[in-house]
Design a protein around this ligand. Structure first.
Ligand code: AMP
Length: 248
């Protein structure tokens, strides 16, 4: 089976986000960019499935600027087999990403697509679901465990208040949650080897997809500052302060 893993280049999760002075968005110049953390988890899961003999090939796809090639190379250094970069300088919204991924799925015919549950830059949590709808495939979102059979996947999902286990018929879309696994680090020799792995370059027009934005960001703001706390001398005082503040 072939597994397709979409990976997004996003602002590194350790970076303290700064809003642009004109409130049109967040500052991206000279900011460290990395692979979306949920996509690292997806790559790791695909590698484990391959190592367990349940998949033969792992194909990585990213939609973004030329520099997104680095993100694909990171996945190749972790152990994936080849990459596809759909190059565009536009900020591509989830629906356009899903349409492009549908084109890649039709060309590559994977048995499973492991998508991150959300990209940590815009927190949309939409792409996997939209892709499943466009392909008319089953979906198992927020996966914390994947058991891959030959014609179905048994997926444990993190839902409010517990875990739910479902079967989905293959081919299917699975979106990865935080507790699915702990991604490995790429070793230096593998980083060197990854530079020689095949990487195809495409454009959105190759898939007939218009990536022009449908949404308009009106304003981006920093979260409001927190007020200073107060010290209380006893539990009784704490309870009465919470009552006064209307918290309990
Ligand atoms: P989102 O729906 O934007 O929160 O993104 C969910 C997941 O969709 C991400 O974790 C990626 O797996 C995939 N994805 C979103 N945008 C891109 C992109 N530009 N290139 C590749 N994969 C993407």
């Amino acid at each position: 089976m072939k597994i397709l893993v979409p990976v997004k280049r996003v602002v590194d999760y350790n970076v303290k986000i700064r809003v642009k002075p004109d409130n049109t968005g967040v500052e991206l110049t000279n900011v460290k960019m990395s692979m979306n953390p949920f996509d690292e988890i997806s790559v790791e899961e695909a590698l484990r499935l391959k190592e367990a003999g349940k998949a033969e090939e792992i194909v990585i796809v990213s939609i973004g600027p030329a520099k997104a090639e680095e993100t694909i190379r990171t996945a190749l250094a972790m152990g994936a087999d080849r990459g596809i970069l759909i190059e565009t300088d536009e900020a591509v919204e989830p629906l356009a990403v899903a349409k492009l991924l549908k084109g890649v799925v039709e060309a590559e015919q994977p048995g499973l697509v492991i998508v991150g549950k959300q990209a940590i830059d815009d927190d949309s949590n939409q792409t996997g679901q939209m892709l499943a709808a466009l392909l008319n495939w089953g979906q198992a979102t927020f996966a914390s465990k994947i058991d891959l059979g030959s014609d179905k996947a048994t997926v444990t999902r993190e839902v409010d208040g517990g875990l739910q286990t479902i079967d989905v018929k293959l081919p299917a879309i699975v979106t990865s949650d935080l507790r699915l696994n702990e991604p490995r680090y790429a070793s230096l020799p593998n980083i060197m080897k990854a530079k020689k792995k095949p990487l195809d370059k495409k454009a959105p027009a190759d898939f007939g997809v218009d990536v022009a934005p449908r949404l308009k960001v009106l304003k981006t703001e920093e979260p409001g500052g927190r007020k200073a706390g107060i010290k209380v001398k006893s539990v009784e005082e704490l309870v009465s302060s919470l009552k006064t503040a209307g918290v309990i």
